[in-house]
Ligand binder design. Structure first.
Ligand SMILES: NC(=O)c1ccc[n+]([C@@H]2O[C@H](COP(=O)([O-])OP(=O)(O)OC[C@H]3O[C@@H](n4cnc5c(N)ncnc54)[C@H](OP(=O)(O)O)[C@@H]3O)[C@@H](O)[C@H]2O)c1
Length: 316
């Protein structure tokens, strides 16, 4: 494993980290036996992963993580979790500071720890960024003073904010230790401003959903490319209709998913790339892919040429 500094937190985190949300939720979405999720978490540690991302909203992920890590020394891993700052997903009404404190206490209990390493505002959109910060950030600072959380972060709600307006405002305000962004082959937009700004301000960056959703689903990927071609968003002759990203699969790159994670981990401004999986074999494969050689320069150039002006934006 390689390790990178998580920006101003100074934490040395693994370049690849395990995400317990997304479509897999460490196997909960397929009703996987909890023992298998524990084996996935232990395998991650064996492979050098020292950072786990979770959230109050990810079904039982926090509790599963807490149980799996019960006998692991606390200095072997970092925990990033999140609270939901609005009364319901998609709603703009911000919760009360007391509700945020309750969520933090429940996370501590479920994770079975005294302190959360990174406490994140989950999925803010531009419309509720200011109200959420004004109402809740002072209390988040108090939780930090009390030692319940070490660092504060914010994550975006990408599918509703493909040009990252919320994160741009957050980075400009410069009150966050970390940000979580979606960056990948079909979502290059963070390269323009978010990644350079985060780097300049020494903010730690998690890359979430590097391959979700379409890169990991061949039929949906073909449909998306056809849609972008017919809308004139990408050149009709740029890619074939069938297996449009097949050109990336060659040599050491065994699949489009592998190319997606490789690309999603390559930018130097990223501290860590999250892998959302319920499958230890996938995690192992993705780690070896990410730590292997980068995509060839001509493929990187072709990706930027074709996808520079588009962004996957509909919700999964
Ligand atoms: N707003 C937010 O705060 C936010 C939003 C989204 C995500 N996140 C965080 O980021 C993490 C990662 O995001 P994500 O889970 O959405 O996306 P992701 O890692 O880009 O993609 C996960 C999907 O790819 C599949 N996959 C992974 N490796 C594979 C392989 N080698 N071959 C085939 N399929 C593979 C997984 O299925 P399998 O289970 O079969 O491997 C899953 O369906 C989440 O778990 C969460 O912690 C945060």
């Amino acid at each position: 494993m390689e390790y990178r500094r998580l920006g101003r937190t100074g934490l040395d985190v693994s370049r690849v980290s395990l995400g317990t949300g997304g479509p897999s939720r460490i196997g909960q979405r397929t009703h996987q036996d909890e023992a298998k999720s524990h084996r996935l978490i232990h395998r991650a540690l064996e492979l050098g992963v020292n950072l786990f991302d979770t959230a109050a909203a990810y079904s039982n992920s926090e509790a599963i993580l807490g149980r799996a890590l019960r006998d692991v020394s606390r200095d072997q891993y970092f925990l990033a979790t999140k609270f939901t700052p609005t009364v319901a997903e998609g709603e703009l009404e911000v919760i009360t500071p007391e509700q945020m404190i309750d969520s933090c206490e429940r996370s501590l209990q479920r994770l079975n720890v005294d302190a959360i390493d990174v406490f994140q505002f989950h999925g803010l959109v531009p419309e509720n960024y200011r109200p959420a910060v004004e109402r809740l950030y002072p209390t988040a600072l108090r939780l930090q003073e009390q030692g319940k959380v070490r660092f504060l972060g914010v994550t975006e709600f990408f599918f509703n904010d493909p040009s990252h307006r919320m994160l741009l405002e957050a980075l400009a305000q410069d009150i966050w230790d970390t940000v979580m962004v979606k960056y990948g082959i079909l979502n290059l937009t963070a390269e323009d401003e978010v990644l350079p700004m985060a780097r300049a301000r020494d903010v730690g960056v998690f890359n979430m959903s590097a391959v979700r959703a379409k890169l990991s689903r061949p039929d949906q990927l073909e449909q998306l490319i056809l849609k972008w071609k017919s809308a004139g968003l990408i050149d009709a002759s740029a890619l074939p209709d069938t297996d449009p990203l097949g050109f990336l699969v060659c040599g050491e790159v065994k699949s489009v998913v592998a190319a997606g994670y490789k690309f999603g981990a390559a930018n130097e401004a990223l501290s860590t790339v999250l892998i959302g999986t319920g499958d230890a074999a996938h995690l192992e494969e993705n780690i070896s892919t990410i730590l292997g050689p980068p995509l060839p320069d001509d493929h990187m150039d072709r990706i930027r040429q074709i996808f520079g002006g588009v962004a996957e934006s509909e919700r999964d």
